[in-house]
Design a protein around this ligand. Sequence first.
Ligand code: NAP
Ligand code: MG
Length: 397
Amino acid sequence: MKIQVKNPLVELDGDEMTRILWSMIKEKLILPFVDVELLYFDLGVESRDKTDDQITRDAAEAILEYKVGVKCATITPNASRVEEYSLKQQWPSPNGTIRSILDGTVFRKPIVVSNIPRYVSSWEKPIVIARHAYGDVYKNVEMRVGAGSTAELVVRSGAGDEQRLLIHSFDTDGVVQGIHNKEDSIRSFARSCIDFALDQKMDLWFSTKDTISKTYHARFRDLFQEEVDLRAEDFSSAGIEYFYTLIDDAVARVMRSDGGFLWACMNYDGDVMSDMLASGYGSLGLMTSVLVSPKGAFEYEAAHGTVQRHYYKHMKGESTSTNSTASIFAWSGALRKRGELDETPEVVEFADKLEQVVVDTIESGVMTSDLIRITITENSKQASTEEFIDAVATRIS
Ligand code: NAP
Ligand code: MG
């Protein structure tokens, strides 16, 4: 008897090697065990090109409507991809498009497996990282200026008054940059992080450089604190804490911690630190990602890309050994959330079981090449892409 899923799941297909993994996971690990209506959107680059990217916007709207989506990795076209796939143009990043429609925060969470050592050996538990995805240097204006130039910051209020600050009088050639952020975006980021920390019962850390940026970064610090104060009772009943510190102190503490908390980062810090954390935990194939929208919608995916190099091998008919763990956890994450929202505990149990079985498979010594290189299990067996998924399937049934 298959487990019945009450409401549909929005499925976003993708590109290259992850597209190959995707259909294997669906056919071998999901559909044989659960009866779920999948609202399918093909976000493969050719389909995005054919629909002038409308398919991406439609998929995001469907996630807003049905609340839970699961997404395969997708190509973000650059010049060489435009040529490779004869695209009409360099379509924007699908993740960027979806994020702007869902207005969400991305949480990245590593999968901890006992026989895969962390490069940072103290990290026994996952460190989840959240990146504020609006503004700062990612929405900057900047220019080169010549010697003799004077740069000023000029702000005209709605009423027409002007405020001016001298940035610098240049006696040599130089560069200037203007950045901004918005209080509603900062608050919405803080709320997403608070909700996630409460949901996962993890302490929440936040860090900025407010000793140097006494207005801009300090505003982030103060807004975060205000939002946390509004939820003080929830924090104490969940038994979790809020901890604010300087970004450099946070980095030092993260390196010697044993994990088990959520680290909220400003945009640039999150960009840099999420790659540091991913490699610290061992393999990109063990990093998952969830986009949480303040509108109550969730999108699950693997944090890695389409694994292009493996795909080209696959297309030449060579055997591949691509790690499907993070993609499987995207499916289990989406199913668990679906089960929670629908109040169907048997769906949640299936998601838990699927994840446990994947971890058990790796711990038994069956794993893909990226993990074989680093595992502490002697006589482990390298599985091909398909053999790994088959080994997981055998353990479910
Ligand atoms: P990538 O797909 O993450 O792969 C980079 C390298 O990391 C691979 O060549 C492989 O190393 C290793 N790797 C990543 N995932 C793996 C897995 N599951 N199993 C085994 N090894 C894994 O990054 P990329 O090659 O730079 O990007 C390819 C495409 O993905 C690009 O078009 C980019 O736009 C897109 N992308 C999409 C997303 C997304 O949709 N969320 C995110 C990032 C990138 P070895 O080759 O050494 O085995
Ligand atoms: Mg980055």
